[in-house]
Design a protein around this ligand. Structure first.
Ligand code: NDP
Length: 488
């Protein structure tokens, strides 16, 4: 065990229904990005703990009561989880803020909305069913069953820790799967509190939900390659997602990937300008730009460009500051070097600016060409690139000229333009005259390098299920055993 100052809170992790340290006894510290001080210690799990957690999840799946439980009872359990999240939402949001430095209003809103996922998928739990399929041969009865895929691994990022776990956990539990979760090393505490206040309190059987805290590759890779794991649901950066996909493919695991974005927010000259300015600010600065769906490429029609940028800068000046990462500052330097024109912010925020230890100022660049790195690469911070366009054709061409395809915004009062541009933009979600709306009811996911599969909505449950076909012959067996049994 490392030397740790006594004032730090010390967390254990949760495997097979019990609280425990990492097998090695090692821990790491978690930091408050506002003060820069460590406030808690977290177990540093490795392959040994991963194996224990995956074996526990496998036993719970193979012999335990969870997949065998009546689907209605499982649904009831999900609704119990929802009620417990409601009870502890404020506390859980405060822990998230302490770890990721975001605004309490942002994290509290996420936590207050999260119970809906468990109510919704709890309601769907006993509506999962196969179907009876008409047979093309006499005396055969054929039907399908929808069965849980097995042990699922969730790997999640730091920006919206519990919300992104919840989007996976609710459909996986409803389907009857068991789970091992690896949170980001920066934001493990809220998940450990969630395990105590929600999962343990709800009374889920041991092994149904397990947590392994630790560093990315040391904990994540043994999880993705573990032989007892059937599915990996990953949310994070595109480069990490590619690595996870490659590792998981070796043992034919099912994979869903929610990855990065560089979303276009397209403003036409027939929009309501004040609404679009507010939408542009919300798209990039509301969550300090640290969301996968940040509208980080703002495409503005040239006829309103100058007026729009003036209003945008005025409103963006009122934005709160964002936790700083070296990466964000380096992108600001890259943009300056590429010749983009910095009209707001452009560096680290000092205490006098209202910043904490690791914060940057909201930053806007105009005169950005879509080919520049600042327009093509995900910064994951409050940095907006403003790109001019002439007409609808050019707007669509620029919007699609990117490796990513997660979200997009369109600001217009024309119904024709709203529907045609929404159809032409290659992205998993298009918002018209709004931005960053999400719901448990609406599928969410990426085109192109922004991911594989969809979370949320009824179809998300399918990624935790597999189909079994059952053939029952009520007639005589027989026929030539060396020939495949076909209808003729
Ligand atoms: P990362 O890709 O760095 O990390 C995501 C998770 O993967 C973390 O838990 C990390 O652990 C883990 N990890 C790192 N390396 C490996 C590895 N080799 N094998 C397995 N797991 C590994 O992303 P960030 O945490 O920085 O999150 C920001 C990214 O997430 C952005 O690109 C953002 O767009 C994306 N994102 C996508 C969303 C979507 O729904 N599409 C939603 C939210 C964010 P550790 O933290 O310990 O390194």
């Amino acid at each position: 065990m490392q030397d740790v100052p006594a004032k730090l809170k010390s967390y254990q992790t949760y495997i097979d229904g019990a609280w425990c340290d990492a097998a090695s006894g090692k821990t790491f510290q978690t930091f408050d990005p506002y003060t820069g001080d460590a406030w808690a210690t977290i177990p540093e799990c490795d392959a040994k703990d991963v194996d224990r957690a995956c074996e526990a999840a496998w036993r719970a799946f193979d012999e335990g009561p969870w997949p065998a439980m009546m689907q209605t009872a499982r649904g009831r359990m999900l609704r119990k989880i929802a009620g417990l999240i409601e009870k502890h939402a404020e506390h859980l949001a405060r822990i998230e803020v302490r770890d990721n430095g975001k605004l309490i209003s942002e994290m509290a809103a996420q936590l207050k909305y999260l119970p809906e996922w468990f109510y919704y998928y709890g309601g769907l739990a006993d509506k999962i069913h196969g179907s009876v399929i008409p047979s093309d041969r006499p005396e055969h009865f054929t039907y399908t069953l929808k069965e849980p895929v097995g042990v699922c691994v969730f790997i999640t990022p730091w920006n919206s820790p519990l919300m992104l776990v919840g989007w996976k956990l609710a459909p996986a539990l409803a389907a009857g799967c068991t789970v091992v979760i690896k949170p980001s090393e920066y934001t493990s505490a809220s998940l450990l509190e969630f395990m105590k206040l929600v999962i343990e309190e709800a009374g889920l059987p041991p092994g149904v939900v397990n947590v392994v805290t630790g560093y990315g590759a040391a904990t994540g890779e043994p999880l993705v390659t573990h032989p007892k794991v059937a599915k990996v649901a990953f949310t994070g950066g595109t480069a990490t997602g590619a690595r996870v996909n490659e590792l998981a493919a070796k043992t034919f695991k099912k994979v869903s990937l929610e990855l990065g974005g560089k979303s276009p927010n397209v403003v036409f000259d027939d929009c309501i300008i004040d609404d679009a300015v507010s939408g542009a600010v919300s798209g990039i600065f509301a969550a300090t730009g640290q969301t996968c769906i940040a509208g980080s490429r703002l495409l503005v029609q040239e006829s309103i460009h100058d007026q729009f940028v003036e209003k945008l800068v005025a409103m963006a000046k009122t934005a709160k500051l964002a936790p700083q990462y070296q990466r964000i500052l380096s992108y600001i330097e890259i943009a300056k070097g590429e010749g983009a024109n910095c009209v707001l912010g452009g560096g680290a925020a000092t205490k006098e600016d209202g910043g904490g230890k690791y914060f940057v100022k909201p930053t806007i660049f105009t005169g950005v060409d879509n080919g520049m790195r600042i327009a093509q690469e995900e910064v994951f911070g409050p940095v907006l690139s403003v790109i001019k366009f002439k007409d609808e054709e050019e707007a669509v061409a620029i919007a699609n000229d990117i490796a990513y395809g997660l979200g997009a915004g369109v600001w217009t009062q024309s119904v024709r333009r709203a529907t045609t541009v929404s159809k032409r933009i290659r992205a998993g979600t298009v918002w018209v005259n709004t931005y960053r709306a999400v719901s448990f009811l609406m599928p969410f996911g990426g085109y192109k390098a922004s991911g594989l599969g969809r979370e949320n909505g009824a179809e998300a449950i399918d990624s935790y299920l597999q189909t079994k076909s059952v053939w029952i012959n009520n007639g005589p067996a027989g026929g030539n055993p060396f020939i495949m049994k076909t209808a003729s």
